[in-house]
Design a protein around this ligand. Structure first.
Ligand code: F6P
Length: 491
């Protein structure tokens, strides 16, 4: 907020994402409020609150239309309103073509190395264009003047920056791509690669989590567009617009507000073990994420199996609790993963389970942030073993939840977070034997070593928190605006 006040006074902040921060669903006994399982939401929510901005998102909850204050707008958070949530309503066909189709069957597998073939359909692409236009109309309608700061989030909106730029030429548009950017060879698969790049280059700043993904993006532009690239400044000029391409590693709020009312570690350990019917002294490994094929859930189960197979002394002494929030569940790839995870968990339980001992508890249900924090605080080990991930905020949230400075994090070398959380046990999720060894190391790690590692990781998350993430983007944007204003004044 202080950066905004000092560097960009009077600027209105507009956040655009597909997923809304508060979803209202119709239940038998009334309306249920859900905060979605989304790293994007956990990161952007405290920022939008601090800026008292406007958040534009798809109103996807079955009761969202019933919960509006005025003209599709709602003051949120519901208990302590701090900013405006502006819902955009999409038809089922629009959701199918833009979100499930182009974004999640096309761009999602294209950008992640998870060996799932991207599907590109012309009809999905047309819907994706139309929905991006719909959001552009909403941004323009919400802008109070010609110079708002628009924070465009993620791969659902690759075309939006240029559409906004055409109608609000003086806006600061900061686009953040929350997932990896592939190398130019892989990117060339997309039939509309030039349009995607042109769209993104309507931004003042295009941000990625890592320098590596910035480099891949710049290489893609170099290969497919006639543009001017100044590599030293990481600046690309195209179609009369200069865009900076910089890494901004996303993070979480610090201090974590969830900890304010969290039960003690002892209470969490007891409650969670009771809740899932586990014995009081069992060691607990946890995995928490959306049920997604990029997260490496099956590979993790494989590693757990190798641990029990290679070290039978652990049978009866350790349980794996996997929380997997369903999303995109109508897509075949997600349905198949769901079935495979359930049957792998069942097979492990049949093989190693016994009276009073369940090796794997797989819960494919949404959990609230408070429940998830309790699970982090109850765990001995947290496994974040994504096959590929832009950043992965679960890793940072686990660290934030452990104010006792205990617990071990196993972290995939293919998650952006592994570039920051160096004291985690870094693993290759494709190497089950290596993961099983790391799991054993975690389960037998002395409390003093756990303390040293956790303390150091907590320092990193505290220093590189989400306010710093947003602050550095806003500072870069302010410098850019000043430079443009001077250029214009000089002629
Ligand atoms: O990882 C990309 C991302 O957009 C995250 O930012 C977010 O947590 C998640 O995907 C949301 O998935 P969905 O909204 O499709 O359930």
């Amino acid at each position: 907020r202080s950066i905004l006040a000092k560097e960009l006074p009077d600027a209105q902040v507009i956040v655009v994402s597909n997923r809304e921060p508060y979803i209202h669903n119709l239940k038998d006994d009334g309306i249920e409020l859900v905060v979605p399982a989304s790293g994007l939401v956990s990161a952007l929510e405290p920022i939008t609150r601090a800026c008292a901005g406007t958040w534009i998102a798809y109103g996807g909850g079955s009761a969202d239309r019933l919960v509006v204050d005025d003209k599709d707008r709602l003051a949120v958070p519901p208990d302590k309103p701090a900013y405006t949530l502006r819902r955009v309503w999409l038809t089922e066909e629009e959701q199918q073509g833009y979100y499930l189709g182009f974004a999640n069957e096309g761009l999602w597998p294209l950008c992640h190395i998870a060996f799932t073939r991207p599907i590109f359909r012309l009809s999905d692409w047309e819907t994706y264009q139309a929905v991006n236009r719909k959001f552009a109309d909403t941004v323009v309608a919400e802008a109070r003047n010609e110079r708002p700061i628009v924070l465009v989030q993620d791969y659902h909106f690759a075309l939006l920056p240029r559409m906004i730029r055409e109608r609000l030429p003086d806006a600061i548009i900061i686009t953040f791509w929350h997932i990896p950017w592939p190398n130019s060879e892989v990117f060339s698969i997309c039939p509309w690669r030039e349009q995607i790049l042109e769209g993104l280059l309507g931004s003042s700043i295009v941000g990625f989590h890592t320098q590596f993904h910035c480099n891949n993006f710049i290489e893609s532009v170099d290969r497919f567009l006639e543009s001017r690239i100044e590599r030293e400044d990481a600046a690309i000029s195209y179609g009369g617009q200069t865009s900076l391409v910089h890494p901004y590693p996303i993070s979480i709020e610090w201090p974590p507000s969830r900890l304010e009312n969290a039960p003690t570690i002892g209470e969490c350990r007891k409650r969670i073990r009771e809740k899932f019917g586990l014995s009081g002294d069992i060691k607990l490994c946890v995995g928490v994420e959306r049920l997604d094929y990029t997260k490496g859930i099956l590979d993790r189960f494989q590693a757990f199996e190798e641990l029990l197979e290679g070290h039978p002394e652990w049978i009866g002494k350790v349980t794996f609790l996997q929380i997997a929030a369903p999303s995109r569940g109508t897509l075949p790839a997600y349905q198949q993963l769901h079935e495979e995870c359930m049957s792998k968990a069942e097979a492990l339980n049949l093989r190693y389970g016994r009276e009073g001992y369940v090796p794997v508890v797989m819960v494919a249900e949404h959990h609230s942030q408070d429940q998830v924090y309790e699970i982090y605080r109850a765990a001995d080990v947290c496994m974040v073993t994504s096959l590929h991930d832009g950043m992965n905020l679960v890793a940072k949230e686990f660290v934030a939840a452990r104010d006792d400075e205990q617990g071990v994090l196993l972290l995939s070398m293919f998650a952006g977070a592994s570039k920051e959380l160096l004291e985690a046990l870094i693993v290759n999720p494709y190497d089950a034997a290596m993961m099983a060894d790391a799991l054993l190391q975690a389960l037998t790690m002395a409390p003093s070593e756990q303390g040293q590692r956790m303390k150091s990781m907590r320092g990193v998350v505290r220093d590189n928190n989400v306010y710093r993430w947003a602050g550095s983007m806003l500072l870069d944007a302010a410098r850019l605006r000043k430079r443009n204003d001077i250029d214009r004044a000089v002629g």
